[in-house]
Design a protein around this ligand. Structure first.
Ligand code: ZN
Length: 274
């Protein structure tokens, strides 16, 4: 089972309680080996200052959340998304991230054209990849659970993400998040297909039954129905050797708790049920 030094704190897990500098100091205090910032908190802190603090505390950066959101209703919107993704790549480089995580976007406002959204996503990743390759930053497509297809990500399976990786070539892989993918009967086969080269990130939390909010009711590992050790064994057997990133959106529970208690619980659960 992963010890604290193999764990990465996705800062969304304590996003209402702590700033990024507080998260960095908290990880160091608890012996957590890595961190995954979100861009809003990164900008709030200042990218250079964050990079300095992360280095000073000896933390790895398992990923930067997030780029993506490519589909738009018009050319200006699509260009704005590309510009934003280029900036995200630069920010990921500045903090030494292992990858830039992409939540690719769903349907543009007013659209029902899912096929076109898929096309826009592939086009946007391809254009961002040209730049990301030039600066050596891997892009990690994170397939989201199908309930987010309309508004957050129209890539909802590992198979679809890997089809896009195959079409685009080197420099792009996947983020496997157990919350989004645990239900997929093809999961093991697609993880094996990805292999070490495409497995860029591994995110954990748990699926609560019942889930009371589509976005903000994710569970602490061990409190839900996902067989996390089994999935971790599959990704590791297939070559993933990165950090175990804990990412919990929990408005009514973990976001209301003392963040030091949250981090202690994360470590205890990683050692016991991940
Ligand atoms: Zn995730």
């Amino acid at each position: 089972m992963p010890t604290a030094d193999r764990v990465s704190l996705n800062v969304a897990t304590v996003r209402t309680q702590w700033s990024l500098p507080e998260c960095i100091a908290g990880c160091a205090r608890h012996g957590i080996g890595a961190i995954a910032p979100w861009r809003d908190k990164l900008v709030e802190c200042g990218v250079d200052e964050a990079a300095r603090m992360i280095a000073d505390h000896g933390l790895r950066v398992s990923g930067l959340c997030r780029g993506g959101m490519f589909p738009a209703a018009d050319a200006a919107g699509r260009q704005a998304a590309l510009d934003d993704n280029r900036q995200a790549v630069d920010q990921a480089v500045a903090i030494g991230a292992a990858c830039l995580v992409l939540v690719v976007g769903g349907l543009p406002a007013g659209s029902k054209d899912l096929v076109d959204a898929h096309r826009q996503v592939e086009d946007g990743i391809g254009k961002t990849l040209d730049y990301a390759r030039s600066v050596g930053m891997p892009l990690a497509i994170e397939p989201l659970h199908p309930m987010y297809a309309a508004d957050r990500s129209c890539i909802n399976t590992l198979r679809h993400a890997l089809d896009i990786c195959d079409a685009l070539g080197d420099g792009v892989g996947v983020a496997v998040d157990v919350y989004h993918l645990w239900w997929d009967p093809e999961l093991d086969r697609q993880i094996a297909r990805a292999g070490a080269q495409r497995l860029l990130a591994f995110h954990v939390c748990d699926w609560l039954v019942p889930t009371t909010d589509l976005l903000l009711d994710r569970g602490m590992m061990g409190d839900g129905v996902i067989d996390i050790p089994r999935i971790r064994a599959v990704v590791e057997t297939n070559g993933f050797a990165g950090d175990i990133e804990v990412e919990i959106f929990s408005a009514n529970n973990w976001w209301t708790k003392d963040p030091d208690h949250v981090l202690a619980t994360v470590i205890e659960r990683c050692e016991r049920v991940v």
